[in-house]
Structures are given as structure tokens and as C-alpha cells.
Design a protein around this ligand. Structure first.
Ligand SMILES: Nc1nc2c(c(=O)[nH]1)N(C=O)[C@@H](CNc1ccc(C(=O)N[C@@H](CCC(=O)O)C(=O)O)cc1)CN2
Ligand SMILES: Nc1ncnc2c1ncn2[C@@H]1O[C@H](COP(=O)(O)OP(=O)(O)OP(=O)(O)O)[C@@H](O)[C@H]1O
Length: 173
């Protein structure tokens, strides 16, 4: 996928609770000098995510959901964290998806809050959901805050969505 092949900064996640495991991609990205980032729950509990640079040897901490994330407690990673808009591509975990790119997650709204800017601002990172094919459903109810995915990659297929098609400029270019 061009969004993956061209990216210089990519976020993925460490799997929890049966989610598709994107870890095999880490070595592939590193070999191509792509910087890999992981989501970190922002302190002060505004329920948004930072993305912090990750490589082998990054000191980790367990977050309140039991998922390891780069340890930011001592400020050591301040220079290594990015807001979502600075990433080229974000690979997202999901619980369910449909062909329109609607996603449901674990219900915390973390990705939706973090990516809310992407509903009105361009450029935005490419948003690619990673799924087991059995997580596909015909249609999900859409909430106003939901940020649609550009594509979903499952173990059996690639679903490209309308929001994954580049938007035209107003002058038709
Ligand atoms: N692997 C992974 N990392 C991630 C996320 C994720 O969904 N998957 N997140 C994406 O936002 C953030 C953490 N958000 C989470 C939100 C809720 C639960 C959770 O386990 N909630 C319920 C169970 C809900 C369910 O099973 O449907 C619980 O607390 O028991 C976990 C992570 C950041 N990192
Ligand atoms: N942009 C936003 N601003 C304020 N609240 C939001 C926003 N996005 C989501 N929420 C809140 O988050 C809650 C959970 O949202 P939702 O069920 O869509 O989460 P999810 O996509 O399943 O979770 P996640 O993104 O963490 O995997 C909603 O009840 C909503 O109130």
C-alpha cells in the first residue's frame, strides 16, 4: 500500500485482547528507516493519545488498561513524542468495521478524540484499520465524532473507503 510504503513516520500499537498483531511490521519499517510510534495515554486524563517514538530497548510502562506503552513518566520522551497530525500513517486496532470505513474500538473514544482534527483539516495522516476478517459487519451506526478510516486491511482483504480517495480542491483540481 502506498500509504505504508511512502510513510516516514508511522504509528502502530501493541496488541491487546486478540487484536491483530502489527509487531512483525516494526522490523520491516526500521529496515526502511521509517520511524515507528506507539500510542500513549496522555496524562491529565483528557482521554487523548500522544504518539511516542519506539524501538527495541525503549523503556516501557503498563498503562491503566494493561497495555505496554513507552514510559513517559520522567519526561525523558518529551522530545520523542508527536501529535497525531505529524504522522504520515496510523495503523489502528479495532473491534468492528464496515465497508464505509466506520470503526468501533474498545469504547474509550481515544482515537476519535485524538483524530477529531482530521474531520476538518488537511493534510491528515492516512488511517488504516487492522482487522480479523470476522470483525467485518454490514453497517455500523455512525456517531458525529467518529473519524472514518481510509482503508482496512484484514487477514483476507483490503477494503478501501470513500474517505480514502483524495478529496478534490474546490477548483476541481
Ligand atoms: N492495543 C491497543 N492499544 C491501545 C488502544 C487499543 O484499543 N488497543 N487504545 C484505543 O483507544 C488506547 C487504549 N484504550 C483502551 C480503551 C479501553 C480498553 C479496554 O480494555 N476497555 C474495557 C474492555 C472493553 C471491551 O473489551 O470491549 C475494559 O476496561 O475492560 C483498552 C484500551 C491506546 N492503546
Ligand atoms: N471528538 C470527541 N470529543 C468528545 N468526546 C468524544 C469524541 N470522540 C469520542 N468521544 C467520546 O468517547 C466515547 C467513546 O467513543 P466510541 O464508542 O466511538 O469509542 P471507540 O472508537 O470504540 O474507542 P477507541 O477510539 O478508544 O478505540 C463516546 O461516548 C464519546 O462521548
Amino acid at each position: 500500500m502506498p500509504e505504508v510504503q511512502r510513510a516516514r513516520r508511522v504509528a502502530l500499537y501493541l496488541p491487546s485482547d486478540g487484536e491483530i498483531d502489527p509487531r512483525p511490521l516494526i522490523a520491516w519499517f526500521e529496515k526502511r528507516c521509517v520511524a515507528v510510534y506507539l500510542p500513549v495515554l496522555r496524562p491529565l486524563s483528557d482521554n487523548r493519545l500522544w504518539f511516542v517514538r519506539y524501538h527495541r530497548g525503549t523503556r516501557m510502562a503498563i498503562n491503566r488498561f494493561g497495555i505496554p506503552e513507552p514510559d513517559t513518566r520522567h519526561g525523558a520522551h518529551r522530545a520523542r513524542r508527536l501529535p497525531a497530525w505529524a504522522l504520515d500513517t496510523i495503523l489502528l486496532p479495532l473491534v468492528g468495521f464496515d465497508d464505509a470505513g466506520n470503526r468501533i474500538g474498545m469504547g474509550g473514544g481515544f482515537y476519535d478524540r485524538t483524530l477529531a482534527f482530521a474531520r476538518r483539516t488537511r493534510p491528515k495522516p492516512s488511517l488504516i484499520g487492522l482487522a480479523h476478517d470476522c470483525q467485518h459487519v454490514d453497517a455500523l451506526p455512525v456517531a458525529g465524532w467518529d473519524v472514518p478510516l481510509d482503508a482496512i486491511v484484514s487477514d483476507q482483504r483490503l477494503v478501501r473507503t470513500r474517505s480514502g480517495c483524495p478529496a478534490r480542491n474546490d477548483d476541481g483540481r
